[in-house]
Design a protein around this ligand. Structure first.
Ligand code: BES
Ligand code: ZN
Length: 853
């Protein structure tokens, strides 16, 4: 068992490992309960290690049984603990050999070597390799791996290029030095969807997507996305693939979405398998993005990796930024930007506002798995975007080019990353670096004054202090701005202001008339903007702004104000907002996908964040009721126009998951909601019965669930799809999402008793409990039933899968926003979980941080 007192790791304590590992040879003899792993490491004193050279070596190792060990061929006797081993070593270079035994069939944590549906697979990031063998399991120890696999399986895979392949025995060699977290092994009865790619320098690459027999029909889209990603990285970043082979494997049991192991990406089957009948438009878009993301890691993550896990945003923030650029290029850039900001506000802002707030580059952690957060990923990507905005496209690409040239093959830091920008541009990035070191979302407010022909904008920034950053300093905020005259003409095209001080004024002269300021175009910085505008000004931006993001934002703000008036003052839904949205929805000159995004209003989670920020306690029931009232009013406002739009934009062509068609489906399904609300479920039933694709089928089912007798449709759906795991996840999730608040917990509870519920499968567990925690009014129902149900299941899951348990704990992170009753109920559940025997380090750390000091 672990030490009672958890250890905290600090960025400031970094020291290089005393040795470099020149080469690693691994030999696996696979067996479900007794896999043997032999390893041979060639170790050489590390010149970068400047302290006195130790005469003993520490290797990480957890849940591995040491069978035998040798140093330079002579048996040795290491001291083994729960965390690894220590062994006396000679001066100078030496060879370490070991043989260990592990139990993949009992590995329910899905970290290290484990089994999923009879197939072996691995997940090593961040610290899973130590569950496979004894090793210096840290990202700055990079080595060349050779892997031999013996096992009774037709497909035996590892990283790099095959040396020998065949049934029951295979050898692999990866010429590119890599940290252990990028190691991968897969073995099983798999079939491959094969293709080829020719790189920009004419090198042929074999591409395989390995899946379980029966899933071959769901591979074509993923393969297309992979080839598109390879082409894009060549064209946009000049990055070419560097092995003869690129393999992707789909596994059903996986904690995350996907993993970028060198030459052998491993994917949650939900993140790669797709077909029109079983996947929604949103699934297709997500799959395309994840495939790109993991592929792009080959350069930003693998060729250049992280020195230590504090630098995680070096690879993740940058790679998220790159995959968002890719999606913008493949689909609609404005729609992608708006979706990303919605996501940032829904997931990252609450994190930054609550007890889990941490900088993009944290300074300490207990369990690194708890730091794969929206802050590291999404805010990390925003920081890259700001850097690009500040230096411009050309300098951005020059700097990144220098980064690749200079640091190829190295394990790097944020300092290395910023240095290439400072050198390329001659800029001092000291202040900019605060985006990496300070927690919290800056609040940016603006005051306007207009005299004669001059507009003065005075900005003030303030970042609320947090435990992680008690005394925040002013940030360098790029503010993209434009000015619009009341008649709709542009008074000033986009320019980027650089705000560096706490308060700062900018003047614009020579204006014909007082313009409306369009501030933070494209959401040029991850801040909370407070800009008091009249309704008329917001409507002007909504209809006339040249920046699509700020058009959407103006509508979003109108919707927010309308909702707040309903919640706080009992107002009716604002007719001006309703007609403004209807006008946009009817505007034939606009992209249907953009119009679909505009037809909405802020959800409960966003409103709760806004209310909390304003010092008001959100009442989940009131938020829910306001949403229902708004839906009513919107359906009323659309009236017959809903059916018109529904008919006009119905896609008659064979299904394609492209941006054009999916935008039209998003628009018609938004209309279907109004039609169902207004006139019952006949249209939805018709769509359900005739759908030839999952987007149409599931959105119809959602309306039938909300507005009609769901029984027969749910049963029909179940009968049709009971054999398809990924579709069944939707069936589980939708029932919880569509439940009335007072029924949400009971629905989830009932689903956990369904024979197809399996808490050991993260996708199925998340289908039920991720949907429950996302159902704001359901999760926070005054009874506290959902809190109790979630706590029960977290206690059940923790001993089996700490990582997925800990991630789900973040549902409690907002507890301090709510009233005393709810706070007490949540705290009681947190304490009940914390009292569970042998609670994992992952879950303990999350809940302790959430509780706060
Ligand atoms: N490197 C991560 C996967 C990972 C995360 C492994 C945490 C172990 C612990 C991978 O590149 C990743 O970021 N995956 C994301 C999807 C991506 C599109 C943001 C995921 O799995 O959610
Ligand atoms: Zn990643």
């Amino acid at each position: 068992m672990r030490d009672a007192a958890p250890k905290t790791i600090y960025l400031a304590d970094y020291t290089p490992y005393p040795w470099t590992v020149e080469s690693v040879d691994l030999h696996f003899t696979l067996d479900p309960h007794a896999t043997r792993v032999r390893s041979v490491l060639r170790l050489v004193p590390n010149p970068a290690h400047d302290q006195e050279h130790p005469d003993s070596m520490f290797l990480h190792g957890e849940q591995v049984k040491l069978i035998q060990a040798r140093i330079d061929g002579i048996p040795c006797d290491p001291v083994v603990t729960d965390e690894g081993l220590t062994v006396g070593v000679p001066d100078g270079p030496f060879t370490w050999e070991s043989e260990v035994e592990i139990d993949p069939a009992n590995n329910t944590a899905l970290e290290g070597l484990y089994m999923s549906n009879g197939m072996y697979c691995t997940q090593c990031e961040a610290e899973g390799f130590r569950k496979i063998t004894f090793y210096p399991d840290r990202p700055d120890v990079m080595s060349v791996f050779t892997v031999t696999i013996d096992g009774p399986h037709p497909v035996l895979l590892s990283n790099g290029n095959p040396v020998k392949t065949g049934e029951n025995h295979a050898e692999w060699h990866d010429p590119w030095p890599k940290p252990a977290y990028l190691f991968a092994l897969v073995a099983g009865d798999l079939v491959s969807h094969h293709d080829t790619f020719t790189t920009m320098n004419g090198r042929g690459v074999d591409l395989n997507l390995y899946v379980r027999p029966g899933d071959q029909g769901k591979c074509a889209f993923g393969m297309q996305a992979l080839k598109a990603s390879m082409t894009w990285d060549e064209q946009v970043y000049g990055r070419e693939y560097d092995l003869d082979l690129f393999n992707i494997v789909a596994v059903d049991d996986f904690n995350m979405g996907a993993m970028e192991n060198k030459g052998l990406n491993i994917f949650n089957s939900s993140a790669v398998l797709a077909s029109p009948e079983t996947s929604t438009d949103m699934n297709f878009e997500r799959i395309e993005a994840i495939i790109a993301h993991e592929y792009f890691h080959n350069w930003t993550g693998n060729r250049i990796t992280c020195r230590d896990w504090f630098q995680l945003c070096l690879k993740e923030g940058l790679t998220v930024y790159r995959d968002s650029q890719f999606t913008s290029d493949m689909r609609s850039a404005p729609v992608k930007r708006i979706s990303d900001v919605i996501d940032l506000r829904a997931r990252q802002f609450p994190e930054d506002q609550g007890p889990l707030a941490h900088p993009v580059r944290p300074e300490s952690f207990q369990e690194i798995n708890n730091f794969y957060t929206a802050t590291v990923y999404e805010k990390g990507a925003e920081v890259i975007g700001m850097l690009k905005t500040l230096v411009g496209d050309d300098a951005y690409h020059k700097a990144v080019e220098l980064y690749f040239d200079r640091h190829d093959g190295q394990a790097c830091t944020i300092e290395d990353w910023l240095a290439v920008f400072a050198e390329t541009t001659g800029r001092d990035l000291t202040q900019f670096k605060r985006w990496y070191s300070q927690a919290g979302t800056p609040r940016l407010s603006v005051e306007e004054s207009f005299e004669l022909d001059t507009l003065t904008l005075t900005f003030t920034q303030h970042t609320p202090p947090s435990a992680a950053t008690p005394a925040p300093q002013p940030q360098l905020i790029p503010i993209a701005l434009g000015l619009i005259y009341p008649d709709g003409r542009e008074a000033l095209a986009t320019q980027v202001l650089e705000m560096t001080k706490e308060t700062q004024s900018f003047r614009f002269t020579g204006l014909e008339d007082q313009p409306v300021a369009s501030i933070l175009r494209g959401f040029s910085a991850p801040v909370v903007l407070k800009h008091d505008l009249s309704q008329a000004d917001r409507r002007l931006l909504l209809t006339q702004d040249t920046d699509p993001f700020n058009r959407w934002e103006a509508g979003n703000m109108l919707g927010r104000e309308a909702m707040l008036a309903m919640i706080c003052e009992g107002a009716a839904a604002d007719p001006a907002f309703l007609t403004a949205i209807k006008d946009i929805a009817m505007d034939e000159t606009l992209d249907p996908a953009f119009r679909a995004l505009m037809i909405g209003w802020p959800g409960a989670a966003e409103l709760a964040t806004v209310l909390h920020e304003a010092g008001t306690t959100p009442d989940p029931e009131a938020l829910y009721n306001a949403g229902e009232q708004m839906r009513d009013a919107m359906a009323e406002t659309f009236g017959d126009a809903a059916a018109d739009l529904y008919a006009r934009y119905s896609v008659k062509h064979p299904y394609q998951p492209n941006a054009d068609q999916s935008g039209k489906r998003a628009l018609t399904n938004a209309m279907l909601a109004f039609i169902s609300h207004h006139s019952g479920t006949a249209t939805a039933q018709e769509q359900f019965d005739t759908a030839d694709n999952m987007t149409q089928q599931i959105s119809a089912l959602g309306q039938i669930l909300r507005h009609g007798d769901a029984g027969p449709a749910l049963a029909a759906f179940y009968d049709q799809w009971r054999e398809d795991r990924l579709v069944m996840d939707k069936w589980f999730g939708l029932q919880v999402s569509a439940a009335k608040p007072q029924d949400a917990a009971a629905t989830a509870q009932r689903l956990t008793e369904h024979p197809d519920f399996n808490h050991k499968n993260p996708n199925r567990f998340r289908a039920v409990f991720g949907s429950l925690t996302a159902h704001h009014a359901g999760f926070h129902h005054a009874s506290g039933a959902a809190y109790t149900l979630l706590a029960d299941w977290l206690i059940t899951l923790d001993p089996l899968n700490p990582q997925t348990t800990a991630r789900m704990c973040s549902a409690f992170q907002t507890w301090k926003r709510y009233g005393a009753d709810r706070q007490a109920k949540i705290l009681a559940e947190i304490d009940r979980i914390l009292a569970a025997p042998n609670l994992s380090r992952d879950t303990t750390e999350m809940l302790t941080r959430i509780k706060g000091a």
